[in-house]
Design a protein around this ligand. Sequence first.
Ligand code: HEC
Length: 244
Amino acid sequence: MQFTRPMTALVAMGAMLALAGCRQDMHDQPKFFPQRGTSFYGDGRSVRPQVDNTVSRDQMQDAYFSTGMMDGKEGDGLPIPLTKDTIARGQERYNVYCTPCHSRVGNGEGMIVQRGYRPAGDFHTERMRNLPLGHFFAVMTNGYGAMPDYKAQLTPQDRWAVAAYIRALQLSQNAKPSDVPSGEQVKNLHEIAKEKGMPDDFAKSWELPKTAVYGTPNGQDNGIPGQPTAAAKPAAPATAPAAK
Ligand code: HEC
């Protein structure tokens, strides 16, 4: 059927009215306003009293599990059971929260770094391999230099799982045949790349593009020992786009 013009306008108006009705969203849902009473609960209070025996996170400050610290120093050892589920959970959380900067392989050259963020730590250096597990927990809990903290996003349980997964990542780049049960076949990444028909540089570490910058904008020291400052390692300017 051919719509006439007034007919089309009418249909459009009808649709608009119907859609406008949908804008109620959650405005009209039943809800409690802070400090206002309710007849729903017997005691007339909408704000519920604290559940008996609950412990606030701040009340657990001295436990290794919630700080990563032992006798005032970063401790070593995993305070949660090391299971396949722990590592799987750690991998999943790591991939969500850490890869944007540290990358999936943990070389510190994730996508945000490739777009200009300060290079994040490379987990495969000698120093990083020798750091106690509590250090990784503490870095996630408190932040580190340019890195924000992740204590709001990751529960202590998850932070330990991520720390355990970082250890697995470190081993993945530094394993020796003696690390696997005898008789187990060991292949290196170059052989796997070849087998799968991937180019050999698939197995090589990648170069950080010129958009990445080191140090603080004005070359001032950011206080992190061993980190190059802008003065020590000037960032090469990104090539300007060719004029059209
Ligand atoms: C927004 C980017 C960003 C994210 C996301 C991020 N980091 Fe970092 N991380 C950094 C940067 C940058 C550094 C180096 C600190 C510096 O140079 O200022 C760093 C350093 C580190 C270090 C090295 C500390 C040392 O002793 O050198 C560890 C460990 C670390 N990050 C763990 C993590 C973990 C685990 C996550 C995920 C929960 C994570 N980071 C998420 C940016 C990030």
